[in-house]
Design a protein. Sequence first.
Lengths: 248, 459
Amino acid sequence: MSDFSYYSGIPSFYMMIGIAMIAILIFLVGMYLNMQKWGGGSASHFLKIFLKSINHEKLGHHKRQSLVSTIILDILLQRRILRRSPFRWVMHMLIFVGWIGMFIFSMIFAVFEVLHEIGIGQINLVETRHSLDFGNEVLGYMLLIGLVIAIARRLAISDVVKRTQMFDWVLVLGTLIITITGFMAEGFRPDAIAGAWTFLGNDVEIAKFLALFHVAISLLFCIAYIPYSKYMHMLAAPMVILVNGGGE
Amino acid sequence: MADEKEPRPVIPKGEPYIKTDVINPTFMMQYDACTRCGECDKWCPVLDAKDGDRKYSPMDKISRFRTFMGQSYGLKAKIFGPKRLDEDDIQDFADAFFHCSTCGVCASVCPAGINTVDMYEATRQQLVMRDNGPYGKTVMFPKLIGEYRNPYLKDQKQRLDWIPDDVEIAEEADVAYFAGCTAGFNQQVLGVCTARVLNHLNVPFIYLGEEETCCSSAIIRTGQPHKGDIPYINAKHNVEALEARGVKKVMFACAGCYRVATIDWPKQLGRKPNFEVVHVADLLADLIQQGKIEWKKSFDNKIITYHDPCHLGRHCGVYETPRIVLDNLPGLKFVEMDRIKELQRCCGAGGGVKAGISDLALDIASERIRDAQAINADILSSCCPFCRRNIGDGRDNVYDQQGSTNFDLRDNPENAMQVEDMIVLVAELMGLSTKIKSQEEEDKKAGVEAAAPKHLKDL
């Protein structure tokens, strides 16, 4: 069980930190390049214009609503999608809440791991991890259901099939692989909670490998890859909504 | 388009093929915000008219430009240098990009809230700057408007020619009427009716006349504002001339000019004008609600519907006041068509499409006529001279197509759907003449007495 003291299950804490650092670095380089591209060669010019635009008075039809309303109604609750298609809204919210929720949980646990590693506070990592199990399970299934709907749409609805490109497939299939490996890594663990994918069996070596694989591709695909892929919309779309003042 | 032009200069190695210097950084970001959900495709009137040809899909246009940008400024481009883009591919993209009326329905439905209209106009300008646009005859707009100060090759002195003898224009007043080039030169009935209605309602107004210059909408919409800086020059001239006359309100009956005054003038000048911009529908709706308008004529139980001009509705948010006016016209039953207000189907005239790609404009307008036919409308009204003209052409096109089977129409042409501007209907029902000056002069010469329109009855 000692190998599973850590949430991630990776034998070496430093390996995880190393991969995370690389992922964050690749992400930051990508974001810098994107901002440089948007700013006509200058990332700082982009940031200046972006920040100015958030408070700029809108001309014409759409009046700028309050920042709080924009963040809650348009970015978090995504009412523009709801207005167009409740079905797509359900799908997107399942993916959005599942993804963001698991990201936040992972970050919280990573902080505990770091604190534990450097010896700050008396942290029982096993108990902490178990306290997050139920939430992770719910969020994981939300993400999985959302992705299954997204894939089914892209395979079954003729309009959607026609306009789907590899650019779109990479995102959903990549996220699906991460989600499934997460469930599998959890299922193989000796201390897996009931209801998780325990039917897979109990194999420490497979669990270790899958945990490492899951964390590595999560960091590389869900963080490092963001600025270079369709994932970019996760950051760009809220920024655009802020610039354009929100509203239905 | 490419084969009609001089060969382009060779782009030095290491230079990106497409520059982005006139595209606002936040517009550049918007290209990366597209989630490729395809909502815009469902509503795009151009894609509809092009039978779903993906080349004209707004979603795919965004994807193509994003790809060009990635190839020019992405990670690989930073390491190995910008990719050499195929000029034919860029031209093909540009041609598709100009097949857009910039109606903005894609922006209305975009879950990411992408402001496609401004983004497209800036991108169009960038394409024009590298000689990939505009499309067709619209290339003439800057030259015509720069030289003549209107797109109709008319002398500025002729700006006053539309004014009939009975119209009274004040020397000083709180209100100015900005007629615009189309009402002043090309569809004078709109200018005449607006002026007579204002006179009838005792709203004194001034008119800049020879001092009025084109709003330059056609130049801005087709991505050519940099050519001679004409939109800025004209905005400055018009705004300063109106301010010098001390007016408090400037009245518009043209949706295109109204859009420019509301959105583009402040952008061009970096400040808001010292007067209020008002559409004539706002004034009329206000007076109707106060019970201050007395109708003299009535239609005979006809069905009327309203087409929201993109520039007035989606771009500026004026949806209700034209409806209030039309709903109160006597003898008319107001019925809504499919696709209205922010989801309205564009008539197809905007964004340089009518001038540059007239067959596309006609196909889109024909769809709008079919929307009106679906509710059995007798009158399709709007508040925009370009919608009036293009939807009128669309009606003729649809009737041509239906002519062989539509015996009622062939035998009774008076049953044809009337496409008319709101201000003309208002003038008619107020019992005012809708004849333009030249018609009145011809009637006078021929000794013809003005007769009341047959399709109206007295109240």
